[in-house]
Design a protein around this ligand. Sequence first.
Ligand SMILES: [Zn+2]
Length: 426
Amino acid sequence: MKPIGAFISLKALKEYGNRLLEEYGIEYVHTHLPVFPEEAKELYNGVRCLPENFEKESYGDLKRLLEELRGVGLKFFASYPVFSRPEIARRGPEYSAWTILGKPHYARACPTNPDVLRRIVADLRSLVRLYHVEGVVLDFIRFESPMAGLDYFLTCFCPSCCEEMKSLGYNPVFIKRDWLRMMDFLGKGEFPKEIVRQGTLSTPDVLDVYNEFPGVFEWFKYRSEYIESVVRIFSSAVKEEGGRGTVIGANLLSPWWSMLTGQSYRALSRILDIIEPMLYFDWMQWEGLTAVKELSHTYGLDKDLLSKFYYVATGLSTIVQPRNYDETRLSGLPSSSIEAGLMKISHWNVGGARIWPVILILRTDFVHYLLGERISNISVAGREFFMESVKSAARGRADGLVYWNFDGAEKDVVRELYTVWRSESL
Ligand SMILES: [Zn+2]
């Protein structure tokens, strides 16, 4: 059987740890482990934004728990949220990402700030050193996505990041100018109305936009190049600390969204051992909703027409009939989207990384902070749907399977999914 992993909290690990493998087939525990700088002081030499120290007693208990659970065959991947760091961003504007107009991001650390980078490397090394984890999975190893709205999407343009752009051969002044000019052009409304009316984004339209605003395209290229360079640094740190056998993986956005945030499967497959694409049937459909809402408002476009065009522009129209705005926020893609995502990734996996899709096994219904509206998958999600999702991952020839997440899932269903995976993933 190909391996199963799951995101699981430390609390649930204490409760279910002994049964995880036998009852649910879960071998690879993905969890957030607290760093404990007191035990790895020299790693943090020169780091100014130090982590808080975790309680010594709890740290000891946790180490013992991991050792005990290794005895029943569990393996541990430390999940590490690289740039989504409200606690670092809050330390001051120099630590947070900046929008194109210079506003600090409330939750994102600046990806080029040297002190932030030193801190990340120290944390990664200490996770490997302190807990002897079998691997580290980088989460939020990307720039902001459109779900945060256009303002936050256009980050980071702080002085440090502009310097970084220059050192990689990009011109930040030119990139900023083209973005602002393009927004202005779109704001006039004629071009967006025309493409939404046509319902397609044709080659001449794309080339026309490229000719007029090449800096916008350069910016996407810069994003990928930069993420690739830091993944190399983080990967070397992990391997140096734990040995070549220590697994380095990353949670990447689905192939419909990854390129917008600086995640190139092509480039990262050459560095990472395991890629864990988050093929969430609902989020793959929701990721651009805030942008749809904002654009329709700002440019006077029909929200439903723009929503339908959104499926064409992202490529999601190859999986599902384009939906209007409310249908989009209150549903999800069919389970076949997992197989479709895996197929798309397989063409980009030039480095031969193992692909372990993360699939969603939760019912979700809440008001999204940035969208300001309810999003929900409950019209779709349920036992039957999750079974189909596992089959879809198997058909897509996934090398392993990861659940998001164990805590919130119905345990009977997780048990059944194990049976399905065991028979389908041969
Ligand atoms: Zn920055």
